[in-house]
Design a protein around this ligand. Structure first.
Ligand code: BES
Ligand code: MN
Ligand code: ZN
Length: 464
């Protein structure tokens, strides 16, 4: 799909001309005003649409009026959602060309517009013999610079969404490593032996029950005189069966998405050269599968992480934090200024926030606040969760420094406190994307499946 910038929107031949309507106002189109507003009393409530054929009276075959709701309640987020709605309608009608004529807006909407188009036009049809329909061309008159920039981000989101939508049979740790190498950054892949030498006893334990070998991936983007250095870590559990503490069927169904954090990192790194921030960016993934094979780690096992701390395995399904523990130690030793990890870490975070927001915690208030702010600007929602010291009580073990699970109550917070044990010298934030990375039904601009969570916020953050 291509976005073309044109100035003469009226005379553009197209399948659909989309115009906006604020409640109590008029559209730019006489036909729409006459039939939709005057005759049919279409009010323009937010998200409502009205379709009108033009029967050859205009260059556009149809006019689609999209309700923008009350003008004083309109936001950039709503603009993205409304734009997504138009694209979805267009796809349903098998329209190929859509012209957008938005008026009456008092902010620069080009970026959110592009996100709306890019997110809504996405489908995953690699394995379908009959391919999905798409819009081919979008015509608009808006800030070209903002559109071309946002297109780089939607392209990175597509990389990320494709990867997380892939079945686990394809997106193995080895495949992630290959894809990472192909990005042609400064990339190191560490195999099992290398990780043993580095003392990554927590990460390696998780991967032991699988026939797929673990791959620890480190991609580096450098720039002369970097303003700062950031490491972004993505949880890379290519399939989470739960291990010996095996999950029930319904919970296992979507667990190919347990590498959504890794998919985010690969999405971000796929765009990093084009985005070219004056920041050094490290993308890190401790990829493996959590399987109950005959070499699997067991409840009661005591593991030693890279920083020497020991962990009693209370539940093999709390595997993400074990892999992240070693990845955090590794990043902590790089001497970067900030570490951010993204992980589909806890069902508890989904219970707390549903799928409208990711949870965020960290050891530095400024970093956490800044990430929340950045996310908000590009249409992602992160919500800070508490990390009270008292929660740590439940992580106590009588045979090791800690155990890998705490109380069920406040599970996203205890997971955060667990991770904190593995960052000693660096500012760090942890984003729990369990609820937002993968939708089990279509929602808003998104189809069922992966959402590319974190890609927009991380790219914008490294540019800040
Ligand atoms: N990958 C899951 C978390 C998850 C659940 C992500 C649902 C997306 C949707 C994680 O590895 C897990 O199994 N967590 C357990 C931890 C528990 C055993 C302490 C959980 O949340 O139930
Ligand atoms: Mn698990
Ligand atoms: Zn998991």
């Amino acid at each position: 799909m291509e976005i073309k910038i044109i100035s003469d929107l009226q005379n553009q031949e197209c399948d659909i001309l989309a115009v906006n309507l604020f409640e109590g106002e008029k559209t730019t189109q006489e036909l729409a005003n006459k039939y939709a507003i005057e005759e049919d009393k279409f009010e323009g409530k937010f998200g409502e649409t009205y379709l009108l054929p033009t029967y050859g009276q205009q260059k556009a075959r149809k006019i689609l009026v999209i309700g923008f709701g009350k003008k004083d309640e309109f936001t950039p987020d709503k603009l993205r959602q409304a734009t997504g709605k138009v694209i979805k309608k267009a796809i349903q009608m098998e329209a190929k060309t859509v012209t957008f004529e938005y008026t009456g807006l008092d902010f620069n909407w080009a970026e959110q517009f592009t996100y709306g188009v890019g997110i809504a036009d996405y489908t995953f049809d690699k394995y379908k013999t009959k391919k999905d329909k798409h819009v081919e061309t979008v015509y608009v008159n808006a800030d070209e610079g903002a559109i071309r920039f946002a297109e780089k981000i939607t392209k990175a989101m597509k990389v990320s969404r494709d990867l997380a939508n892939e079945p686990a049979q394809y997106a193995t740790p080895t495949k992630l490593a290959e894809i990472a190498k192909d990005l042609k950054l400064d990339t190191k892949i560490y195999d099992k032996k290398d990780c043993e030498k580095m003392g990554m006893g927590a990460y390696l334990a998780v991967g032991r029950g699988s026939a797929e070998p673990p791959k620890f991936i480190h991609m580096k983007y450098s720039t002369p005189n970097p303003r700062k250095k950031i490491a972004i870590i993505g949880k890379g559990i290519c399939f989470d069966s739960g291990g010996l503490d095996i999950k029930p069927a319904a919970s296992m169904l979507t667990m190919k998405d347990d590498m959504s954090g890794a998919a985010c990192v690969i999405g971000v790194m796929s765009a990093i050269k084009e985005i070219a921030p004056d920041v050094e960016v490290h993308g890190i993934i401790a990829a493996c599968e959590n399987m109950p094979g005959c070499s699997a780690y067991k409840p009661g096992d005591i593991l030693t992480a890279k920083n020497g701390k020991t962990i009693e395995v209370d539940n093999t399904d709390a595997e993400g934090r074990l892999t992240l523990a070693d990845a955090l130690c590794y990043a902590d030793e790089l001497g970067v200024d900030e570490i951010i990890d993204l992980a589909t870490l806890t069902g508890a975070c989904m219970v707390a926030l549903g799928n409208q927001a990711a949870g965020i915690v960290g050891n530095d208030d400024g970093l956490v606040k800044s990430i929340i702010e950045t996310a908000k600007e590009c249409g992602e929602r992160y919500w800070e969760l508490p990390m009270y010291e008292e929660y740590k009580e439940s992580l106590k073990s009588n045979v090791a420094d800690m155990q890998n699970t705490g109380s069920r109550w406040g599970g996203a917070s205890t997971a955060g406190l667990f991770l904190k044990e593995f960052v000693e010298n660096t500012k760090w934030a942890h984003i729990d994307i369990a609820g937002v990375a993968y939708f089990d039904k279509a929602q808003g601009e998104f189809i069922k499946g992966s959402t590319g969570a974190g890609v927009r916020a991380m790219i914008k953050y490294v540019l800040k």
